[in-house]
Design a protein. Structure first.
Length: 453
């Protein structure tokens, strides 16, 4: 879940909780108010009926019932019972309606003066009344149709407004948060586009003193420090490599001249040849370090052109065969010719395949390599290079593309341990993928290169 959605959801949850508590409080308050108001009406009606019964001498029960039925303040489905001090029923408003009562209930009415209960959709009120020093017990029950209807309507309004309010709050919050965090989206896009060749990229800084602007300034300062450190490192590597190449070249020339002079004993000649190989290995190492320092140079970014990958592979194979005459290549192609074009720098791609060919020759058991350009449906060019050889230990396989990594079983084989690292860096520059796997069934080391088209 994104930060924008998480904030919107959290705000909506907070609103829902607060609104829900408020709605419950409103509902309970209104329910209590309805109950108290209706109790007052019941009590007023009970006392009025009792007054008429006791104070008007000539009135009988039938006339009183008629008055009750036609009064302005008549209650819905009303039932009134009046008892004397001996718990004898002296008046009942409607004979066919029933209200539960017993002597204990009447005694509780006298004890508490008023008793309220809710039974079968009716509010029931028991009232104790004294008239001329005589105790009377009144039980009145009725349905508060109007109050209950209003309470149900309030319940529906609160539920509907709860869901509508929560939805509106979520949408509104998400919209404003998205607008508020829009600089962060731009921030993320710029950061994603930054590469080793774009360390001079700067985030836009505003005059606002908010956290996003502070973050932009801090990030820009960090980029400047990284760029300075990278340039210093690249300059040191380049200068050191250039300074070392001159004496190494002179030493190589002197050794070659000394070997060609002749007149040396066999031991001396072997010693000179061994020195010449060591110097040649040092020269290759320095050249590799210099190349690593130059691979990420910004001058390469403008040198990308359309190249045919099959032509580069064959050209580099011909160069490799000149140094390793017994090296063989089996080449297979499954794509149409239009799928063989990629965007890249030819000189660097030649180094990639040159290093992979040399690696295959030095570490294969039969001095052969299989190269296959496979069919692809996603618009990429997939190249697989495989050669026979012993399986690497798992810890060495994980570090195969690291600098100066060589197998423990191959320490006697000449090499700098930088070939695969250089190939990986060059392919990264081309936004291509390089992966390694060992196929146990066939005993083949397999390198897979995937070029975007």
């Amino acid at each position: 879940m994104t930060l924008k959605r998480r904030i919107a959801v959290n705000v909506s949850i907070a609103f829902s909780v607060i609104y829900g508590i408020s709605a419950i409080f409103i509902y309970i308050s209104f329910s209590s108010f309805r109950k108290e108001e209706f109790m007052e009406r019941l009590e007023e009606k009970a006392l009025t009926t009792t007054k008429l019964l006791l104070e008007v001498k000539d009135i009988d029960n039938q006339i009183l019932k008629l008055i009750d039925q036609n009064t302005i303040n008549k209650l819905y489905n009303e039932k009134t019972l009046i008892f004397d001090s001996r718990y004898k029923l002296i008046y009942s408003s409607i004979d066919d309606a029933s209200v539960k009562w017993d002597v204990n209930f009447l005694q509780n009415i006298k004890k508490h003066k008023k008793i309220y209960s809710f039974e079968k959709e009716k509010d029931v009120l028991g009232v104790f009344h004294i008239y001329n020093n005589t105790d009377y017990y009144i039980i009145i029950a009725a349905e508060d149709k109007s109050g209950i209807s209003k309470l149900e309507y309030l319940y529906q309004i609160l539920i509907i407004s709860f869901f509508i309010g929560t939805t509106l709050v979520w949408l509104t919050t998400y919209f404003f948060i998205r607008k508020l965090l829009e600089p962060l989206d731009n921030f993320q896009k710029i950061i994603t586009s930054i590469s080793i060749n774009k360390l001079n990229t700067q985030l836009i800084e505003s005059s606002k003193a908010d956290e996003i602007n502070v973050l932009s300034k801090a990030f820009n300062q960090m980029l400047l420090r990284i760029e300075k450190s990278y340039l210093a490192q690249k300059e040191f590597t380049s200068n050191a490599s250039h300074e070392l190449r001159t004496p190494i070249s002179r030493l190589t020339l002197q050794l070659d001249n000394l070997i060609q002079q002749g007149g040396h004993s066999e031991n001396t000649l072997n010693y000179l040849n061994s020195m010449s190989k060591d110097v040649s290995q040092i020269s290759d190492l320095i050249n590799s370090l210099l190349l690593l320092a130059q691979i990420n140079a910004s001058s390469f970014s403008s040198g990308f052109q359309k190249e045919r990958i099959d032509e580069i592979i064959f050209q580099e194979y011909e160069k490799t065969v000149k140094n390793f005459t017994d090296f063989q290549m089996n080449f297979e192609i499954g794509n149409s010719e239009s799928d063989l074009e990629i965007r890249g720098i030819k000189s660097l791609l030649e180094i990639v395949f040159g290093n992979l060919f040399k690696n295959a020759y030095l570490y294969s058991s039969d001095k052969k390599i299989n190269v296959a350009i496979e069919d692809s449906n996603d618009g990429t060019v997939v190249i697989q290079l495989s050669n026979k050889g012993e399986k690497l230990p798992p810890e060495e396989e994980k570090k195969i593309f690291n600098s100066f990594v060589r197998g423990t079983k191959n320490q006697t084989i000449q090499g700098s341990g930088l070939g695969l690292r250089i190939a990986k860096r060059i392919l990264d520059l081309h936004e291509a993928k390089l992966a390694y796997t060992y196929i146990d069934q066939t005993g083949f080391h397999q390198f897979t290169i995937i070029f975007p088209t």
